[in-house]
Design a protein around this ligand. Structure first.
Ligand code: SAH
Length: 399
């Protein structure tokens, strides 16, 4: 096996269980690893540190194990996936209660599996490999899912074509790794806190549904009774359905994706809401907001896509969050609520709060923070890898 020897002093972060080795920390590579191979990492003094997936790039090794050779053993994937499932059982998400039957099963570093995302939709597992190692391990991962879920597993779909590193020359074609006998669909209805949603993993964005807003959708529901709601960047209408289920007077949903809006229409019908209480707009959210009359809405949801995908885009992203939030805060009715989010990993919660504070100041209105919002438990954060925290939000009360 290839040995990666670190420069003197560069082992500290691994000793604190941070799961990445940056290429600049490497003194020597003993062997000729292919991308995605498992390599062993050593300190300069020769002491063993960890095993991980090797890749060419700024993150050269993604750590899978800080202990012995378990990563090479036949039960590694089954153990890791079963541990991840146990967390979802402990949090009540995998309880068989019938209220919720979809959750994130594997959240990369948060579950000790850097480079791997698996979302679970009532028996269908949709995986996205973000590293060469995880992409190459997909059959082993699929076998492990079969063992962990047994007969209740309906399908495993690999959707890595948009996430795995394209430079590595992999054969990036999405498709099923497993289908139980008789399972033929590319979509199904899932339950989230008793609300029903179509999820289409082949046509939808990411793995098909934004599971990370589950708890925040509940909170929006709690505040929705009697309100006129504007759901900006609504995707398939998650927040809209919760608002209406909790007694909103009317909800307008806006997204620039035609496919997403078609799904909103279907989700409304699925939950029994008709056109008298819900309107759909396939439009640019910022232009839409520009034309919104003041005082029309007393609850707004602002959940844009990640404005900054890397550090270099940080300043532009902060300005974009500020502009968008200033527009929302200026338009919401007196006594109104704004649920505002950022899912950019490089924008931390302090920076986001600052952008929103500046936005509020720009409008001159009196604004209180009623709540600070996060990603839910199944989007687990490894305490040694704080970078895993990405979703943040604020609930604002605007006078
Ligand atoms: N709130 C959603 C998730 C939002 S993801 C939920 O709960 O499921 C971000 C969404 O923003 C995507 O659906 C994308 O199509 C949409 N989007 C991106 N740019 C946009 C724009 N300029 N105007 C409106 N929608 C946009």
């Amino acid at each position: 096996m290839t040995r990666i020897i670190l420069k003197k002093g560069r082992e500290d972060s691994l000793r604190r269980f941070h799961p990445w080795v940056f290429s600049g920390a490497i003194a020597q590579i003993v062997g000729e690893p292919a991308e995605g191979d498992i390599v062993a990492v050593f300190a300069q003094d020769g002491s063993f540190l960890a095993y991980g997936h090797y890749q060419i790039g700024s993150i050269a090794v993604r750590i899978l194990s800080f202990s012995g050779e378990d990563v090479l053993g036949p039960d590694f994937w089954t153990n890791m996936i079963s541990r991840a499932r146990n967390v979802r059982i402990a949090t009540g998400l995998d309880s068989g209660s019938g209220e919720t039957n979809c959750y994130r099963l594997v959240h990369g570093e948060g579950d000790g599996l850097p480079g791997l995302i698996i979302d679970y939709y009532d028996g269908v597992c949709v995986m996205q490999a973000h590293s060469v190692g995880m992409f190459r391990a997909k059959s082993a991962i699929c076998e492990a899912l079969k063992k962990v879920y047994g007969d209740s597993l309906k399908a495993v779909y690999d959707k890595s074509s948009g996430t795995a590193p394209f430079k590595a020359g992999l054969d990036l074609v999405d498709g099923y790794l497993f289908k139980a006998e008789g399972f033929t669909d590319d979509e199904q209805v899932v339950l989230e806190n008793g609300n029903r949603f179509y999820v289409n993993w082949t046509e939808g964005q990411k793995t098909g549904f934004f599971l990370d807003q589950r708890e925040n959708r509940n909170l929006v529901g709690r505040y929705s009774k009697g309100r006129n709601v504007l759901n900006l960047f609504c995707y398939t209408g998650g927040f809209s359905v919760y608002s209406l289920a909790h007694g909103a007077v009317h909800v307008d949903s806006v997204d620039s994706s035609r496919k997403a809006m078609d799904m909103v229409t279907r989700n409304m019908i699925l939950n029994g809401f008709d056109e008298s209480i819900h309107s759909e707009y396939c439009a640019d959210a910022i232009e839409f907001l520009h034309d919104v009359p003041e005082d029309k809405y007393d609850l707004m949801i602002v959940d844009p896509p990640a404005f900054a995908k890397h550090r270099g885009a940080l300043n532009n992203a902060l300005r974009a969050y500020q502009r968008l939030n200033a527009a929302a805060i200026s338009k919401v009715a007196p006594g109104g609520l704004v649920f505002t989010f950022s899912c950019s990993q490089v924008v931390d919660k302090e920076a986001f709060a600052l952008a929103v504070f500046s936005a509020a100041a720009q409008t001159g209105r009196s604004v209180r923070i009623l709540d600070r919002l996060n990603q839910p438990a199944d989007h687990s954060v490894n305490i040694y890898h704080p970078e895993g925290e990405y979703l943040k939000g604020l609930l604002l009360y605007v006078e």
